[in-house]
Ligand binder design. Sequence first.
Ligand code: ATP
Length: 244
Amino acid sequence: MLTLQGLRVPGRLSGCDLKVAAGECVGLIGPNGAGKTTLLRAAQGLIPAQGYSSLAALPIAKRARACAFMPQGREIAWPMQVQVLIALGRALQPGSAGDAAVETAIAALDLQALRHRDATSLSGGEQARALLARAMAQDTPLLIADEPIAGLDPAAQIATMRLLRRLAGQGRGVIVSLHDLGLAAQHCTRLVLLHQGRIVADGPPPAVLTPRHLADYFGVTGSLTQSPDGPVLHLRGLTTDPRP
Ligand SMILES: Nc1ncnc2c1ncn2[C@@H]1O[C@H](COP(=O)(O)OP(=O)(O)OP(=O)(O)O)[C@@H](O)[C@H]1O
């Protein structure tokens, strides 16, 4: 679904190798400035990069049928109804599934009550849901979302992560960047940890969110434990805090 080999953006990203398969919900994590957005954009050919990306190698129209992208910047440039914005996700898709895909996305992101509103008048969190719905309506094998839960209230964060996991369960490949490591552990099938432009860990959440990695790459003390409800992350403080 996506293969990166030695993907590199000088000064920002070094030699990244990554494979994402159908059914995976891959959480891309790392501290501010680690290179998450750079990797996601370079993988799609949206910024110049060296190395190989199976997606960037496609002609642009095929790329739009292979991958939908919800960018980190949530600017909606033109006033238009939310449902029209979401339908733009269908612009390059063939076939007659358009209306159904738009309705499914509106329902999945709980946008029924907002569908006739001017999209530019929505709150930040509502705009995020509308833009994710547009990407979902594109109905592509791969969905890439750059910090889709930033600025969402807790219920919307959980609902969004559950949705992304469900889409992966239905056979899409999903890559989602996020800073909430607890939600990443709970909802992603696999985590990829970036630090200073390099992939430093890649695997199931317990293998990536180790106390050592939390300390070395995030500067926090903590651990991931298993509970009957799933993994729970306990963050205790900063590695620079004085020892008790
Ligand atoms: N257009 C650009 N030109 C030059 N350097 C850039 C540009 N955009 C980002 N960078 C730098 O590349 C590095 C990686 O940035 P990137 O936005 O990919 O990080 P990130 O992991 O997504 O961070 P955050 O969690 O803060 O969103 C940072 O040091 C950043 O300052």
